[in-house]
Ligand binder design. Structure first.
Ligand SMILES: *[C@@H]1O[C@H](CO)[C@@H](O)[C@H](O)[C@H]1NC(C)=O
Ligand SMILES: *[C@@H]1O[C@H](CO)[C@@H](O)[C@H](O)[C@H]1NC(C)=O
Length: 293
């Protein structure tokens, strides 16, 4: 923490001594267990529903009838291996959506979503992922998790580099979008911030919106840890595609054999919905589905 603060101090005080790149790199390297929430993130809404725990190493968002809450990274990134440890609202969380995602701004934005759809006690929370490219979403996949995500923290991650975009649950890849722009598919390419939020999605999230939030169970709470960021801060002159960033290196350009095996197991046993296979909705398979096969 002291290290990060002193770097930020230098970046503020000595713009003529340190290049912009150096400051961006220092922000990028503010990693490790000592990284506090304030180093990389800011509360963006529902401030009264955000509590700092354990001296900033954990943050709790809560949702009641008056408001949910959310936070966002200070910086935008152009590549990285992003992660957040999350413990989801327990008991009856029907209608409550916990979201962890990357998003650019403006029209035609790019977005990469983890959305946890709350459920009645005893019924599984569903993990929905989605990808927006150039303002166009509708790329939902849904899966049942192989553990109870309300019992403990799990690490939800997104690897985004020039080769592919991979969603992870702990060490298991659950979704892969290859960068097939040369073959004519789209791929997220705009600078994105990291965002997390807790909000009321009872118009759609649980049983297609039929099961509503039970407000007598409020407040609903979710806890977040792991505010270190391994990402390339967007800035001119900083090549975010460079293999000098470890997440762009040879080890991260394709899944390893054991990761591919785990991914195949997820596809076979845990995916419950895949837009690529939804012929009623997409009579013509979207290009990234055809090319990615
Ligand atoms: C995707 O691949 C293309 C072609 O290799 C490359 O020009 C582009 O920068 C890549 N996209 C990202 C976001 O890295
Ligand atoms: C793949 O193997 C590495 C060690 O070589 C291990 O750290 C990782 O957890 C394994 N991944 C899966 C999905 O089993």
């Amino acid at each position: 923490m002291g290290f990060v603060l002193s770097w930020r101090w230098l970046c503020l005080m000595a713009p003529f001594v340190l290049s912009h790149l150096t400051c961006a790199e220092s922000a990028m390297k503010s990693s490790g267990s000592g990284t506090g929430f304030d180093d990389n993130y800011v509360v963006t809404w529902g401030g009264y529903h955000v509590v700092n725990l354990n001296r900033g190493s954990e943050v709790q968002l809560s949702m009641d009838q008056s408001s949910g809450a959310g936070f966002s990274s200070r910086y935008s990134y152009d590549s990285g291996f992003f992660h957040m440890k999350i413990k989801l609202p327990n008991k009856n969380s029907a209608g409550i959506v916990t979201a962890y995602y990357l998003s650019s701004t403006g029209n035609n934005h790019d977005e990469v979503d983890f959305e946890f759809l709350g459920n009645k006690e005893g019924k599984p929370i569903i993990l929905q992922t989605n990808i927006y490219m150039n303002g166009q979403g509708g790329r939902e996949q849904r899966l049942d998790l192989w553990f109870d995500p309300t019992a403990d923290f799990h690490d939800y991650k997104v690897l985004w580099n020039p080769y592919h975009l991979v969603f992870w649950v702990d060490e298991t890849p659950i979704r892969v979008l290859k960068n097939l722009t040369r073959q004519g598919a789209e791929f997220p390419s705009q600078p994105m911030k990291i965002i997390a939020s807790l909000w009321n999605g009872d118009s759609w999230a649980t049983d297609g919106g039929l099961t509503k939030t039970d407000w007598s169970q409020a407040p609903f709470t979710a806890q977040f840890q792991g505010f270190d960021v391994a990402g390339c801060v967007t800035s001119t002159g900083n090549s975010c595609a460079s293999p000098s960033h470890w997440w762009n290196g040879a080890q991260y350009q394709a899944l390893k054999p054991n990761q591919s095996t785990a991914y195949e197991t997820v596809k076979k046993n845990y995916i419950t919905y895949d837009y690529c296979a939804d012929r009623a909705r997409y009579p013509t398979k979207p290009p990234e589905c055809v090319l990615g096969e």
